[in-house]
Design a protein. Structure first.
Length: 446
């Protein structure tokens, strides 16, 4: 009888597996984001991975349409995998807002798909971690978005980062004065590539795809040369949009946002104006945000977003303006790993109990139960193997503490508590409630 041919185990290009040592820090990051979002009153929602193609197509721009995973389902309906969580949110809000009311403050943590070229920290399937406020045009919601980003980065352990903010109305005002309003989408998509391809190639793209002149492209790129304190940047921007009501309003809104963030206690170094930021997606209309790590600026923005006042108008006649941001989970994890911020562990339980006295399984399980009851995770090895082999397993998985007890220890009512990082160990009395053992474990875990 012929043996079936083995299938080579492999993943698709741009997709990846997540073993425990990757998933554990990933889940910790997501748990932190969830905690910060909830602290501001955002509530969770979820939506289907598949949407009707008409819901998704044309909402993120020409480039995003090219990256859409789309196909006909069994009912011969054209459908697509969501490329972000904002467009499904617009559909969700239009469908459910009458029941939910406004403002709707939601967060959504889920996978999205884009058929783009892979890069450092970026895959074709990746997790987004969004929060948005729907149903208000108030600049206070934009301010709160910045505050959430700031708190999130600090809670994740970052001390050196910059949230760069702009208002699309400033760019729209400048394009209006330059006579480029009709091709603003192409201009802004080119400008969004400034950090990736540099000013010369951005200028060339503005000329070739948007029809701008060399002088018009130069005028737009002057925005990237503006620097100084927050007040100095705003003073330099004002004359560039003088004569445009839209641009002047954009400067005023940006100043209002920066003043409010400062009033909330955020240091100026964390939130700075950058009037060259455009954000590539076509649906942004006002404030836009990008967050960069000072130690790794080349990795790109790790938390981006902005205001989109017109997105839901395709699904409802009701006005549903919104503002929000998305945390790039995989990109940020790649940065944290590069910066040595991720502890290499493959277990969610800090305590390990080796099972090497085959007649004492019930005692090991009783000890584990007592430690778990104190709120500390414990893993008991499933087979009575030699102690040395089990401790090698514990080191490989990244346990912090081993509770070692064999025939002699049980007879003397003691337990050896070993710090697996320092290799220091102590013999501790073993009572029925394991109180002294638990105290010793807590002392090691801090």
């Amino acid at each position: 009888m012929n043996q079936p041919q083995l299938i080579t185990p492999r993943t698709l290009k741009g997709f990846r597996d997540y073993p425990p040592e990757v998933m554990i820090p990933r889940e910790r990051l997501i748990d932190t984001a969830r905690r910060v979002y909830r602290s501001y009153g955002f509530s969770p929602i979820d939506t289907p991975a598949l949407e009707y193609l008409e819901i998704l197509a044309g909402k993120g721009g020409e480039e995003t349409d090219k990256q859409l995973y789309k196909f006909q389902d069994h009912g011969r309906r054209w459908v697509g995998l969501r490329f972000d969580l904002t467009v499904p949110l617009a559909r969700f809000a239009a469908q459910h807002i009458n029941r939910l009311g406004v403002p709707l403050k939601r967060y959504h943590i889920a996978a999205v798909w884009r058929g783009e070229n892979t890069q450092r920290g970026r895959y074709r399937e990746f997790m987004q971690c969004d929060f948005d406020t729907i149903g208000t045009r108030s600049n206070a919601a934009d301010v709160e978005t910045v505050l959430v980003i700031h708190d999130l980065m600090r809670q994740l352990g970052f001390e050196e980062f910059t949230v760069r903010v702009n208002n699309r109305m400033i760019l729209s005002g400048l394009l209006e004065l330059l006579g480029l309003s009709d091709c603003s989408a192409a201009v802004l998509r080119a400008l969004d590539k400034l950090a990736k391809i540099g000013p010369e190639r951005v200028a060339e793209e503005m000329v070739s795809t948007a029809g701008a002149t060399d002088e018009q492209a130069r005028q737009i790129l002057r925005l990237a040369e503006i620097s100084g304190t927050n007040d100095e940047v705003l003073r330099q921007v004002e004359p560039l949009v003088s004569g445009s009501a839209t641009g002047t309003e954009g400067v005023a809104k940006l100043k209002e946002l920066l003043d409010a963030v400062a009033a909330a206690g955020v240091q100026e170094k964390y939130v700075v104006p950058d009037v060259s930021i455009a954000r590539g997606l076509d649906y942004y209309t006002g404030t836009v945000f990008e967050t960069f790590l000072d130690a790794l600026p080349d990795i790109g923005s790790v938390c981006s977003g902005g205001r989109y006042d017109n997105l839901a108008e395709l699904y409802t006649k009701q006005e549903l303006p919104g503002v929000g941001a998305s945390l790039g989970v995989d990109r940020l994890l790649a940065a944290m790993e590069e910066l040595g911020m991720i502890e290499k562990v493959a277990t969610t339980a800090p305590v390990f109990i080796p099972y090497f006295d085959k007649d004492r399984l019930h005692d090991y399980l009783k000890l584990a139960a007592a430690v778990r009851a104190a709120g500390i995770g414990v893993e008991v090895f499933p087979e009575p193997k030699k102690l040395g082999a089990q401790l090698k397993y514990a080191d490989r998985r990244g346990f912090r503490v081993a509770l070692i007890a064999g025939e002699d220890e049980f007879r003397n009512a003691t337990c050896r508590v070993k710090d697996l990082q320092s290799a220091q160990q102590q013999d501790v009395p073993l009572q029925s409630d394991a109180a002294d053992v638990i105290a010793a474990v807590k002392g090691i875990l801090g």
